[in-house]
Ligand binder design. Structure first.
Ligand SMILES: NC(=O)c1ccc[n+]([C@@H]2O[C@H](COP(=O)([O-])OP(=O)(O)OC[C@H]3O[C@@H](n4cnc5c(N)ncnc54)[C@H](OP(=O)(O)O)[C@@H]3O)[C@@H](O)[C@H]2O)c1
Length: 321
């Protein structure tokens, strides 16, 4: 079965949150959710990016108006910088304080960076911080809202990982090397995307098997977006590899379909799809040896992330009151 945009159901009355919704796959995901009637909130790294992204999304919403099957959803853009865990906490606090947002039906953890120059953020390699740790923190802070929503109706939590998770040399993360500048940027990307898979497993371990919160992760395909723009092409080999990848890339619109499948398809509930990894376009995929990830690897990652967040944000990191 291949999922298409035409199969997205009417989402009127649902609230969706998409991180990194101002560009690439997140932009197309947010646009499709709003075109099908959802109230969509995207996060952007700065106030300036939020304003720009909102203008672009509203323009795209207007120009795609003819495709709509429902009322157009409203889109909002709020600031949350994945480089800064205090920004994540501030965003979650503001979001949860909104009396007009009663539910959170769809959460798509999508924002990401790929092969930036090596940088430490609060002592943590930047790809791990942006792609994984900020999302782990956000998911933890918003879990009570998801749990309140599931009492009313089913909820989807979608984690945009990558097939890159398969290339991490081990099924567990060696946290003694989280600040090591000698590992290579690719290794750090693989590690961050393995973190996404471990987050999906960790969340599933914390919700009951009968829960109506469906948590899954995915590879969106090799998608033509801006994600490599910060990448420094060092060698002839990487230049050739990048050129080949560009030839094979799918569009951003198609790249959103794996997320949209897990976020909206009724099949997720009818087939009880949870704790799985998906490929485009709505195809379940066994993640090679990642399927054998031990519970101890999942729990070690969960606990390490919790401790790191408390070190950076403070002992009240998980308390929003
Ligand atoms: N493209 C692919 O082939 C591919 C393959 C596998 C997995 N993925 C995954 O798909 C996801 C989306 O990637 P994409 O290809 O759509 O890339 P993209 O076009 O570069 O979009 C990434 C989004 O993340 C946002 N972002 C980056 N750093 C951020 C920060 N510090 N704080 C807040 N937001 C931040 C970006 O904001 P700005 O708009 O301000 O830059 C942008 O909205 C990523 O998780 C990526 O790892 C992509």
């Amino acid at each position: 079965m291949v999922f298409t945009h035409a199969q997205i159901p009417n989402l009127e009355g649902k609230v969706a949150l998409v991180t990194g919704g101002g560009n690439g796959i997140g932009f197309e995901t947010a646009l499709s959710l709003a075109l099908n009637g959802a109230h969509v909130i995207i996060t952007a790294r700065s106030d300036t990016r939020a304003v720009e992204a909102l203008a672009q999304l509203n323009a795209a919403l207007e120009s795609n108006r003819s495709q709509r099957k429902s009322s157009l959803g409203k889109i909002e853009a709020l600031t949350m910088n994945n480089e800064d865990l205090n920004s994540v906490k501030k965003f979650a606090h503001l979001f949860l304080a909104r009396s007009d947002i009663e539910t959170l039906d769809i959460l798509v953890l999508n924002a990401g960076i790929f092969l930036p120059p090596f940088k430490l953020l609060d002592g943590i390699e930047s790809q791990f911080m942006v792609n994984h740790l900020a999302h782990y923190y956000l998911a933890r802070l918003l879990l009570p809202k998801l749990q309140a929503t599931e009492k009313l109706r089913p909820v989807r939590l979608v984690i945009v990982s990558s097939d890159a998770a398969e290339f991490h040399p081990d099924t567990k993360i060696d946290f003694t090397k989280i600040a090591d500048p000698n590992l290579g940027k690719m290794y750090c990307y693989y590690r961050s995307k393995l973190g996404n898979v471990l987050l999906s497993r960790g969340l599933n371990a914390r919700i009951s098997s009968g829960s109506r919160i469906y948590v899954n992760s995915l590879h969106p395909g090799h998608v033509a977006t801006n994600i490599g723009s910060g990448m420094q092409l060092g060698t002839i080999l990487t230049t050739i590899a990048t050129t080949l990848v560009r030839i094979l890339q799918i569009s951003g619109k198609d790249g959103a379909l794996a997320s949209l499948y897990l976020a909206t398809s009724p099949e997720v509930e009818t087939n009880n799809i949870r704790n799985k990894f998906f490929f485009p376009y709505g195809v379940e995929r066994l993640l090679k040896d990642r399927e054998c990830v031990s519970d101890s690897a999942v729990e070690e990652c969960w606990a390490w992330c919790e401790t790191a967040i408390e070190r950076i944000v403070g002992v009240e990191a998980f308390n929003l009151n």
